[in-house]
Design a protein around this ligand. Structure first.
Ligand code: ZN
Length: 379
């Protein structure tokens, strides 16, 4: 980022905070970083006491922050904040940037403090509320995070943190409270993928098949089409909905799960399935041991997208059972099939981040609900 582009930027937007490109250095050499720092130092001295150069001064603070020099960035904000007769709007911005400095440096309490002070001057600005919401979420204060998102009128996000709060309640054995919170989440955002997934995984755990079938039907019709697979993938995992542990598909192969998988396939069939949903239909049938039916669904999947590598792989794998193979040949084949199955299947449509378990917020670019299934290997 050139100096000029920083100066041209009148007002920092919320999204600036998320970009990983904000990180320092990049591919610059060490000497060029030193040059950059020397230039920032020089400029800081020049504009420090010039009232007209407040914007530049703030931008220089951001530049220090981008270089990882949190202390210097914070110094710049503080020297502005104490300046007598400073325009309150500038003071609020200096406090806001100070909050972002602390947040970046990992001083979370101090960050909250600075944002709250900025809020006292500026009121509930979206930028400040977003920062406070993200800090609360990062500290697992899900109720608080949901509260900030409700103020921001971002109901998908609010429902997400209500669902996380509900999961915490369930984990502590507070089932009634958890259910109450989930109901609220779905009232606020009826298409909330997270809330539906949690409702369904509870019913599956309880063994309530009829209720499960009805709710699954409703969920398929309400959840955004491109996120329907997230529900199915999440239900195949026996782990926590929001956990970080890798999914062990072997756990899914259990008799007690089969009636639920069959119910899902029946509902999928009626729900205008797309290519991904077809693939999941096949996987569910495969897990239930219905290999022939699974083969038909995989064929259908490939008719919709012939480059869908994972569907092709499963079909290939099914076909090898019908072939007379030498044990050596079969071993080689199994080796590659197993490796291919370990390829990370999910990717963020925003930044290309890849992962082998579902995510609701991209861990890299912080986009919401940007998960997609990698239908093609070059995705
Ligand atoms: Zn991303």
């Amino acid at each position: 980022m050139s100096f000029l582009s920083v100066f041209k930027k009148k007002k920092m937007t919320v999204s600036d905070n998320r970009a990983p490109s904000y990180s320092s250095g990049g591919n610059k050499g060490k000497s060029s970083i030193a040059d950059t720092r020397a230039a920032i130092d020089e400029l800081s001295k020049v504009v420090k006491d010039t009232p007209e150069a407040v914007e530049i001064y703030l931008a220089l603070g951001n530049l220090y922050r981008s270089q990882g020099e949190i202390e210097r960035a914070a110094q710049i904000r503080n020297s502005l904040i104490v300046r007598p007769g400073l325009d309150p709007a500038i003071k609020a911005r200096a406090l806001y940037e100070l909050g972002r400095d602390f947040s970046r440096g990992g001083f979370l309490d101090r960050a909250v403090n600075a944002f709250e002070k900025a809020r006292e001057i500026e009121g509930d600005s979206p930028e400040i509320l977003t920062e406070l919401a993200e800090l609360a979420a990062g500290g697992r204060e899900f109720e608080k995070a949901a509260h900030y998102y409700s103020k921001l009128r971002q109901y998908v996000q609010q429902a997400h943190y209500l669902a996380r709060l509900a999961e915490d309640e369930f984990n502590e054995g507070e089932d009634a409270q958890g259910s109450r919170i989930l109901k609220k989440a779905l009232k606020i955002s009826p298409s909330s993928t997270e809330a539906w997934l949690l409702v369904l995984s509870r019913l599956k755990k309880e063994g309530s098949l009829d209720k499960f079938r009805k709710k699954f039907h409703t969920a398929l019709s309400l959840v955004p089409d491109h996120l329907r697979f997230v529900i199915i993938e999440g239900l195949l995992a026996e782990s926590l909905v929001f956990g970080d542990t890798p999914i062990n598909m072997a756990d899914s192969i259990h008799d007690r799960n089969f009636p639920f998988y069959e119910a899902m396939v029946e509902e999928i069939e009626q729900a205008d399935p797309d290519v991904i949903i077809h693939y999941y239909g096949a996987r569910l049938l495969q897990l239930c041991g219905k290999q022939d039916e699974a083969g038909v669904w995989l064929e259908k999947t490939l008719m919709l997208n012939q480059n869908f590598w994972l569907a092709r792989l499963e079909l290939f794998n099914l076909a090898q059972d019908q072939q007379q193979l030498t044990s050596c040949f079969k071993n080689q084949l199994d080796f590659f099939v197993n490796i291919a199955r370990k390829v990370q299947r999910f990717t963020c449509s925003g930044c290309g981040f890849k992962r082998d378990r579902i995510f609701f917020i991209c861990p890299k670019c912080r986009s919401w609900h940007s998960i997609t299934f990698r239908k093609e290997l070059n995705q």
